[in-house]
Design a protein around this ligand. Sequence first.
Ligand code: FEO
Length: 400
Amino acid sequence: MYKLKEIATNVFYVGVNDRQKALFENLWPLPYGVSYNSYLIIDEKTVLVDTVDVCYSDIFLKKIADALNGRTLDYLVVNHMEPDHSGSIRLLRQQYPDVKIVGNSKTHGMLGGFHGITDGLLEVKEGESLPIGSRNLTFYMAPMVHWPEVMFTYDAKDKILFSADAFGTFGTLDGGIIDTEMNVEPFREEMIRYYSNIVGKYGSPVQKAIQKLSGLGIGTICSTHGPVWREHIKEAVSVYDRLSRYEGQDGVVVLYGSMYGNTEQMAEAIAYSLAENGIKHIVLHNASRSHASYILKDVFKYKGLIVGCPTYSGQLFPEIESALSKIEVREVKNRLFGYFGSFTWAGVAVKRLAEFAERMKWETVGIPVEQKQSLNAANYAGCLALGQAMAEKIKEQSIN
Ligand code: FEO
């Protein structure tokens, strides 16, 4: 019944779209949904690459049965065990009891832990190949992109790389599956958000994986989320490359917390000064309104970050504390950092922000501004000077 997109001759897309879940990992908003991609190769042997979230297993199994057209499933290759991809494995095994599950030793440990599956496994190591007829599938380990068991599968005949989460993005596939048949514009920001939220901490493993792939002739990238990349491979790889090197574009995020608007006035003055001094990309995030998902996206995207907030219960304003901890966990590198803060009777926020900068080993730009109660002329001038110092530093270091 199902018409299934053929990525290459006898390589079918059997993934699904999720437009129901509000939060990916129960953390990150999905305003445009997300796809769970899975691929079926029909050769002398039949091979499924990854599965989908268990919530979509019913339609997923129907698609597979249609594509198999009466044949059985010989192999399931598990590139990644996170449950958005491994969730349907137990049901798949019930449907195809003889299917051999292909993975590395870490994959197989997780199969036992998540699904109680310990038999019918085929363990593969770095660079090993599995002949399936006219094709050989070759496996490359990509540990910590972003789980330890992650691996890539390469089909040299079709020049397809099955890349697990790498080069993935939030956003459903609304009709088109391959990038050549869709407008990819909406995926550009969503890819940065996906990377920063999900993969962000693991820049160095991503760099290693990209280097490992550099010798392969890749004509198509089949990730587990978002479009199949063909026309935009270079762009997708270069986004992951840039983000995993923590290379920010010319631009500044002004992240602030404010209870009654006094600290917000400082943020406004800084932003005004950034613009006056030639910075075109300025994003103001009110930490009480912006979800951390979007703050992280912009912190990964831009080179400059200026943070300010009031002192609250003798500490940082809680929403700023929360956002900074998410940035710190991701070990974001090489940002130009400015800071400011306010207090009513005892100033602590600015001290805490200085400590944060030190822990991150970031270059501090400009002179921090600390405001008691509401904004006065001297502090206003200080905010303008802070914006100007950041703008000059960004321009001085510009490679864009
Ligand atoms: Fe899409 Fe790491 O799972």
